[in-house]
Design a protein around this ligand. Structure first.
Ligand SMILES: [Fe+2]
Ligand SMILES: [Fe+2]
Length: 311
């Protein structure tokens, strides 16, 4: 009888130990999966947070550090349970706390991910509506903003790593798609005028970067306002607002090339569209005076077939 009781007690101890190890291992797996999900979504979390001004970058690093610390703790506790001879009921409670802690972290990350996706979807819908409103004013520029954004993305792809490191890709793309947003405030009669513009009308057109910056100032896109403001500036200082080359944001210089290329490759009310070869030749001709020569060089290094998908 004593023997049976001994075996039962031994089994009970082993069973408790297995329960503890299983719970902590499950918690560790959930924590590891949470870390992977967090890392995968980190870029979009940061973009959303920067645009909405919610969290500073260090908060993301701190969260990553804390999750990694807890993951190591899960492994350590698991090892302790495995090598322990017996475990108590208190250990079972600890194991449950560990597994529920991991489930809590996972739930929070999934909520953050869902929030980020919803914000990004709503934001892109608002941008789309604004762009449509601008492009509805001028039938010749339909699709222009998306085209400029696509060409900008292509130029960014071919930039040397040292230049890329100076650019915030999300900011660049936002500015590219929103660069002509200020045209919403320019009369249709001026935007669609077939003949030569009078000095007053030209002055009105030149107000669109200022209007664009003003519109963006009151939104979560205020950080791209300066890039939008400078997208018609020239390297020789003869742009709309005569800004010197070294004061023009790098992003504006990239968008200026994409904008010029897009304009040349589109039918306009006053001229038919140019071929890809002619557009590249014209861009080369104005490198160093109107456009940044180094970025034009990068632009010219892009194979023609890359443009075929976005034209
Ligand atoms: Fe423009
Ligand atoms: Fe444009």
């Amino acid at each position: 009888m004593q023997g049976v009781y001994y075996i039962y007690a031994k089994m009970e101890g082993t069973l408790l130990k297995y329960i503890c190890v299983s719970l902590v291992t499950a918690g560790g797996c959930i924590m590891l999966y949470s870390i992977i999900t967090y890392l995968k979504s980190l870029a979009s979390f940061k973009v959303q947070a920067n645009e909405q001004g919610i969290f500073a970058d260090w908060i993301y690093t701190a969260c990553m550090f804390l999750m990694s610390f807890f993951f190591v703790a899960y492994i350590a506790v698991d090892v302790i349970f495995i090598i322990a001879d017996t475990v108590s009921m208190a250990n079972i409670i600890i194991a449950f706390v560990f597994v529920f802690g991991a489930i809590f972290v996972y739930t929070m990350i999934m909520m953050l991910k869902r929030m980020s996706t919803t914000i990004s979807k709503k934001t892109s819908e608002i941008i789309k509506a604004l762009i449509n409103a601008v492009e509805a004013k001028d039938q010749y520029t339909r699709g222009h903003s998306v085209h400029v954004a696509n060409v900008t993305k292509l130029i960014y792809k071919y930039l040397p790593e040292t230049t890329k490191s100076k650019i915030n890709m999300a900011k660049l793309m936002d500015a590219a798609i929103l660069h002509d947003i200020g045209k919403i405030g320019i009369p249709d009669s001026v935007l669609n005028k077939p003949g030569k513009l009078t000095p007053e009308e030209q002055h009105l057109i030149e107000q669109h970067p200022i209007l664009g910056k003003k519109i963006l100032e009151s939104t979560s896109y205020q950080s791209v306002g300066e890039i939008v403001y400078c997208h018609h500036e020239r390297i020789d200082g003869n742009g709309y607002f005569k800004i010197e080359a070294n004061k023009i944001p790098l992003e504006s210089k990239i968008i200026a090339i994409a904008d010029t290329f897009s304009a040349l490759c589109t039918d306009r009310i006053y001229r038919p569209k140019k071929s890809y070869e002619d557009a590249v030749r014209i861009i080369k001709e104005i490198a160093g005076t109107q456009l940044d020569a180094e970025i034009v060089e990068v632009f010219c290094s892009i194979p023609k077939k890359e443009f075929e998908n976005i034209l």
